[in-house]
Write a protein that binds this ligand. Structure first.
Ligand code: GLA
Length: 408
């Protein structure tokens, strides 16, 4: 959230964070692996690992605490406080540590009376909590949707807007990551946040959803959590066109490196999150993550697609796709000399050949094709354009080939 009000006079204004919602945010979050079992040793070692592994250098700058940092009661002034056993040094000291490493720190709260683990939510305390986070020099807030039944009559829109306003008045630039689970279709109203979750929680599984999970973005809240990677991608068929700089649809934290997917599945997962302009927030344990998963998360060309200047997501191309077998997505790129990206996923066939007629790629300038170089990103293979079709040989089951068209 950008600070819009100039604070003048004798008020001490804490130094501002560096929100850049023009690009999907990148970082790490504790939830997928650690749930509420977090403490300051873990957060510090994760921050250090982000630097030591090269992830920070690759762009993953937020160190985000999810649920579990809080005490069960507010202090005598009504301020939220950390769990003193697990965070004995307090949040300001932790923020100082993270900032000292050249990173930024995120925290979690909730728009209801309670959060999902029955810690105090921010309902009715929005101003006070935003001021507290600013005083701790927090840079990022993930704001959840539990406890809303107890919050009674206020609509989710109003509850989330109240915190957005409070952050704006906090005197610090704090990234506002809204987590309303897609329940009330936030792509239609949440543009006051910097990003908004499009669904219930992701599951560490490539294709197997938990029971009752619905497949489209608009079906109602049956099967809240347990959305597999393939289903999350499916939901984006309806949402890719809503993606825009400063208001990113969030496909939830990455499951790359959490141990349930093979190489091709992890590459597919990361490729789609990047090309669909979802935030890239690592959910794995960065202290123990495998080199293979690290290499996926640090692929410079895929990250460049995510952070591309145009901020336009790829769209699903039904005419080039066959349900349950092959899906093809494409869209423009602006950065450098790149101009277009195609994702071709085999999700139902034995190793196959995928032929994509270039005429079927909307927005590709075909009059210039002779001047394009085509680069298959994961294979690092370059070829020059040679006809009316893009022919991708040997696409294995669950593999995605990502091809970037660049003008020479
Ligand atoms: C909700 C959110 C998750 C996580 C948990 C914490 O389920 O969607 O991402 O923050 O709450 O309790």
């Amino acid at each position: 959230m950008f600070v819009t009000t100039l604070v003048v006079g004798l008020l001490a204004v804490p130094c501002l964070g560096s929100v850049n919602p023009a690009k999907p945010q990148m970082g790490w979050n504790s939830w997928n692996t650690f749930k509420s079992n977090i403490n300051e040793t873990l957060i510090k070692s994760s921050a250090k690992s982000l630097v030591d592994t090269g992830l920070a250098q690759a762009g993953y700058k937020y160190v985000n605490l999810d649920d579990g940092w809080q005490a069960f009661t507010r202090d005598s002034s009504g301020r939220q406080q950390p769990n003193s056993t697990r965070f004995p040094s307090g949040m300001k000291a932790l923020a100082d540590f993270v900032h000292h490493m050249g990173l930024e720190i995120g925290i979690y709260s909730d728009s209801g009376i309670y959060d999902c683990a029955f810690y105090p939510g921010s309902y009715g305390y929005e101003e006070r909590d935003a001021a507290t986070y600013a005083s701790w020099t927090i840079d990022y807030l993930k704001f959840d949707n539990c406890g809303s039944f107890q919050a009674g009559t206020l609509s989710p829109q109003e509850r989330f807007l109240r915190m957005g306003d409070a952050l704006n008045r906090s005197g610090r630039s704090i990234f506002y990551s809204l987590c309303q689970w897609g329940n009330q279709f936030p792509w239609h109203w949440a543009s006051f946040s910097d990003s908004y979750r499009i669904s219930g929680d992701i599951k560490s599984a490539f294709g197997e959803d938990s029971s009752g999970v619905c497949q489209s973005a608009y079906c109602l809240n049956t099967g809240y959590a347990g959305v597999s990677v393939l289903t999350m991608i499916r939901k984006m068929r309806e949402l890719s066109r809503f993606q825009r700089p400063g208001s990113w649809g969030d496909m939830d934290m990455l499951e790359v490196g959490t141990g349930t997917m093979n190489l091709h599945q992890e590459q597919t997962h990361f490729s789609f999150w990047a090309a669909l302009k979802s935030p890239l927030i690592i959910g794995a344990d960065v202290n123990t993550i495998s080199k293979v998963s690290l290499n996926i998360l640090m692929n410079k060309e895929i990250i460049a697609i995510s952070q591309d200047d145009a901020g336009v997501a790829v769209n699903y191309l039904p005419d080039l796709s066959t349900e349950h077998k092959v899906q093809v997505w494409g869209g423009p790129l602006a950065s450098g000399k790149s101009r277009y990206v195609v994702l071709a996923l085999n999700y139902g066939l034995d190793t196959t050949k995928i032929t994509i007629p270039l005429i079927g790629l909307p927005g590709l300038n075909r009059s210039n094709l002779a001047k394009y170089t085509l680069r298959e990103v994961w294979a690092g293979k370059v070829y020059h354009h040679g006809g009316d079709n893009l022919v991708l040989e040997n696409v294995a089951l669950n593999q995605t080939k990502v091809v970037v068209f660049s003008e020479r």
